[in-house]
Design a protein around this ligand. Structure first.
Ligand code: AMP
Ligand code: MG
Length: 332
């Protein structure tokens, strides 16, 4: 299958609708990462998404809708705190999990009685969702376990030949996946941290829990238990306080002839000085936006990435650290 990358316009939107309504998959831009979407009502189309990605069939997909879509046809109950959060932060990088009405394909939720809903703010995503006017089940548009894609080129690298169309909406500005929030209880619980932070949720909902997966327990968000976001090369992760150990490791590997890159924020790069640096940038938003881009750049040019955790780790950095730990096989 020939894979085309097209800008979002009338003719590519028409093609995307043809593909979606005939049971195919389309990659589309969002403000977090690129998604690989299929008609959520079409069982075979949703199952095909799992096949294309090599995604484990117990890891549910998020249903994406445009901002005027009536989600009461999809979910049975939206609590007051969730309505307030939706008013404050949607469209945006926040996925909300509700009790499902069971109207979409069973394959979307992998047997769970809940459904994750997201309304992306990216203009191209809204145009696509509005044009097809269907709930679109979509995971990130990468091969399962690889680094999530933040550009059309990243999607092409992973899925060339496997899908017909990639809608190109430029680089994703957010850079890490949406916050996943369980809205089935009396108060919200974060299942996956992201750009809408715990502090932001507490401000509107009054309180906010954070779910931690315990050994031997069935995961409330199955995605938590899988290896994720991993570059195709060796990785090591050091805490900021172990900076010198990281530099020693870098020098040792370099002397052994290994192609090594150090992934760190701008402040750490300045302290280290001369080295092969993958610079994530200064602010926490820059660091999030550059994380997957730099991990992909690293895997294409190095056999080893030595990542150094930023010193500050609250707010958005909670989500960044979660991805960095998973990318490096959780050594922190
Ligand atoms: P991805 O699209 O690759 O970012 O993965 C979607 C994430 O949302 C995974 O971590 C899933 O486990 C999570 N998710 C999707 N649907 C549900 C649901 N109904 N309940 C809990 N987590 C969900
Ligand atoms: Mg993913």
């Amino acid at each position: 299958m020939k894979t085309e990358i097209l800008p979002v316009n009338e003719s590519s939107l028409r093609l995307s609708k043809e593909i979606i309504t005939s049971g195919g998959a389309v990659a589309f831009p969002t403000e977090t990462v690129y998604g690989l979407g299929a008609n959520a009502f079409d069982n075979a189309a949703v199952e095909n998404i799992f096949k294309i990605k090599g995604r484990p069939n117990d890891n549910p997909l998020i249903v994406h809708v445009h901002k005027d879509y009536d989600i009461s046809s999809l979910v049975s109950y939206v609590p007051e705190y969730a309505k307030a959060l939706a008013k404050a932060y949607l469209p945006g990088p926040l996925t909300m999990v509700y009790k499902s009405k069971g109207t979409v394909s069973k394959a979307v939720s992998c047997g769970l009685d809940t459904l994750a809903i997201r309304i992306p703010s990216h203009e191209g995503a809204q145009e696509f969702l509005k044009y097809v006017n269907l709930p679109i089940a979509a995971p990130s548009a990468n091969i399962s376990k690889h680094v999530s894609p933040t550009s059309a080129e990243h999607v092409y690298y992973d899925l060339n030949g496997k899908i017909r169309l990639i809608l190109d909406g430029g680089n994703s500005s957010g850079g890490i996946e949406s916050t996943v929030l369980d809205c089935t209880g009396d108060s919200p619980v974060i299942l996956r941290s992201g750009l809408v932070t715990r502090e932001m949720i507490e401000k509107i909902a009054g309180s906010c829990g954070e779910y931690v997966l315990k050994e031997g327990e069935a995961a409330r968000s199955p995605g938590m238990k899988y290896k994720h976001y991993s570059p195709n090369c060796r990785t090591m992760l050091f805490e900021f306080c172990d900076l010198q150990k990281a530099v020693v490791e870098y020098k040792k590997n370099k002397a052994d002839g290994e192609k090594v890159k150090i992934l760190c924020d701008d402040k750490t790069a300045e302290i280290i000085g001369e080295a092969d640096i993958l610079n994530l940038g200064k602010t926490e938003s820059e660091i999030a936006a550059n994380l997957y881009l730099k991990l992909r750049e690293g895997e294409n040019s190095a056999s080893l990435i030595i990542a150094i955790a930023p010193e500050k780790q609250d707010g958005i950095m909670v989500g960044v650290m979660n991805r960095l730990k998973k990318a490096c096989g959780s050594k922190l």
